[in-house]
Design a protein around this ligand. Structure first.
Ligand code: HEM
Length: 541
């Protein structure tokens, strides 16, 4: 048994049991001697761990001998990464969740870790306790985000055709149907003049899109929040690090996993998991019985996965890397299929909803930029009732606005990879077994890359500015073969939603709207510390 694979709670219980047995079985003096020896051993081990980076000639913050740098994480990843980078530079070592963690914002080293030496850095950090074991039948065991090595490559290669531009283009009707309801909801706020909670309205829209595209379901989250789909999805998204059950799982991961297997139960999200599995099973069965019915959504694309080919004209280098196309196309098991649909909800709901609401917030605070986007939309879309895929390609200033929003409020403040082989880059050796973390937040606010970084300035993403910058300097969707597979889908959803909203409405700050710089909560995904409220009026009335 690898003791380091145990949670902190389990290690403590083992230590107490060991002390008890020593004093029960042995003479007190011998027990004390053994105990002192054990504690000295543990102390030396922990000291050795905390001096790991010093031995590798890499500087870094002094860590707590017992907790490493975990305690600092309460401030939020973006905040601590900024403080540490200012003090220790672009490469420094930390110890997080018992793992040696090298934090790198040097673009050249990042290029090797995320792309050039990808085969040595294929996997993400293992989330102790939060990853269901591979042999379990929980949805969490087969999520693309946690799969490793060949298994990851094969599943990613198999589902990639679902995310190419050609396939996503067919989902425009899903967006347009959902946007009509979004329009009704916002119109009601415009009529009443009441401030609206941006996250609530954008969240309803994003939930409807993902329910329809990944589960094939109309849940109408925008007008009716009583459906079980919304109840269980919210249960997942509202879980915080203060949740007692989650703390218990993190302290006793192996014990919980053993008990779950032996007693055939699930400790976290049991009801929700059963609900999503039942829904997906029923949907998959229905579609398999009606193979001729056309469904332009992810669920159908996953069902078809093995037979779907990437057409030559549809090769999208952002999501089809050579590394991935060398993987096999595999027939997904039912669990693998259901896990990916579930993952699209996990990965695609909160990220898109928060980006949309931050974009509207920034535009409300910058009316001149909002008017410029609205003018562009009027010119391109004119009197057309619906936004089409062709319109989207022509809304270039809107694209700049979205890019700048994602620079300032990247939903993921950090991405990471596990190093599986000693790798030397620019004379520095990254040791096998450590985690390499890329502090996206720090890079997006680096004044040498983005002068006056607190300023909302979509001109930073004009074609000339973009071309003059290293692509590694902009990472809202990560980078390399393991980047966000849903990037094209998210970009289209954001552009469609903003084009529709800004064509029809004007957003303005109200008394309760917080001024910039807004207080953020950077623990987990980026979000505002308090809800953002805005008022809205109809355009052209
Ligand atoms: C604004 C919206 C979104 C943002 C900012 C975002 C961001 C990210 C980031 C930073 C990663 C990690 C990349 C890396 O490690 O290099 C990621 C991975 C992923 N995202 Fe997204 N995402 C968004 C929307 C979506 C959507 C809509 C979906 C699905 C429909 C999705 C599915 C995934 C999946 C499956 C992965 C894991 C890929 C893998 O491990 O191979 N994301 N995303």
């Amino acid at each position: 048994m690898d003791l380091m694979q145990l949670g902190f709670g389990e290690q403590l219980v083992l230590l107490l049991a060991y002390c008890y047995i020593l004093f029960k079985l042995l003479n007190t003096y011998i027990a004390i001697v053994l105990l002192v020896g054990t504690f000295t051993g543990i102390y030396l081990y922990l000291k050795n761990q905390s001096e790991y980076w010093k031995r590798h000639g890499i500087d870094g913050p002094e860590g707590n001998i017992l907790f490493g740098h975990n305690l600092e994480l309460r401030k939020g990843m973006g905040v601590v990464d900024t403080e540490w980078t200012k003090k220790y530079g672009k490469v420094f070592g930390t110890l997080i969740f018992g793992q040696q963690d090298l934090v790198v914002s040097d673009l050249e080293i990042m290029r090797h870790v995320l792309a050039k030496d990808f085969s040595n850095f294929t996997n993400r950090r293992r989330q102790l306790g939060l990853k269901a074991p591979e042999d379990s039948n929980q949805l969490g065991a087969k999520l693309l985000t946690v799969l490793e090595d060949e298994h990851w490559k094969n599943v990613r290669n198999t589902i990639t055709p679902a995310f190419t531009t050609g396939k996503i283009k067919n989902m425009v009707p899903i967006f347009n149907d959902t946007l009509k309801i979004f329009g009704e909801v916002i119109s009601n706020y415009a009529k009443s003049g009441a401030p609206m909670d941006l996250k609530e309205v954008c969240g309803g829209f994003a939930m409807d899109v993902i329910a329809k595209s990944a589960f094939g379901m109309d849940v109408d989250a925008q007008r009716d929040s009583s459906s079980p789909f919304i109840k269980y999805a919210k249960e997942i998204f509202n879980i915080t690090l203060a949740n007692p059950k989650l703390i218990f799982v993190m302290l006793f991961p192996k014990t919980i996993q053993r008990l779950e297997k032996m007693l055939k139960f699930q400790f976290l999200f049991a009801e929700g998991e059963k609900f999503f599995k039942d829904v997906l099973r029923a949907m998959i069965a229905e579609r398999q019985q009606n193979p001729k019915k056309v469904n332009p959504d992810f669920l159908q694309l996953l069902i078809n996965a093995i037979s779907e080919q990437v057409e030559k004209s549809d090769v999208d280098k952002d999501i089809i890397h050579e590394e991935i196309s060398s993987g096999k196309r595999v027939k997904l098991t039912e669990l693998e299929m259901m896990s990916q649909s579930f993952l699209f909800l996990l990965a695609g709901y909160e990220t898109t909803a928060t980006t949309l609401h931050f974009a509207l917030y920034l535009l409300a605070l910058h009316p001149e930029i909002q008017d410029r986007v609205a003018d562009e939309i009027n010119t391109v879309v004119g009197e057309a009732n619906e936004i089409s895929y062709d319109h989207i390609g022509k809304l270039t200033y809107l694209e700049q606005v979205i890019n700048e929003t994602l620079r300032m409020f990247s939903p993921a403040p950090r991405i990471d990879r596990t190093c599986t082989k000693d790798t030397t880059v620019n004379g520095m050796t990254i040791p096998k077994g450590c985690i390499v973390s890329v502090p996206v937040w720090v890079i997006h606010y680096d004044p040498e890359i983005y002068p006056d970084p607190q300023k909302f300035d979509p001109e930073r993403f004009s074609p000339e500015e973009k071309a003059s910058r290293d692509p590694l300097a902009y990472l809202p969707f990560g980078y390399g073969p393991r980047n966000c597979i849903g990037m094209r889908f998210a970009q289209l959803e954001l552009r469609m939603a903003l084009a529709y909203l800004l064509k029809n409405f004007k957003f303005t700050p109200c008394e309760q709207t917080e001024k910039m710089p807004i207080k953020l909560n950077l623990v987990g995904l980026t979000k505002p510390a308090s809800p953002i409220l805005l008022t809205v009026e109809k355009r052209n009335e």
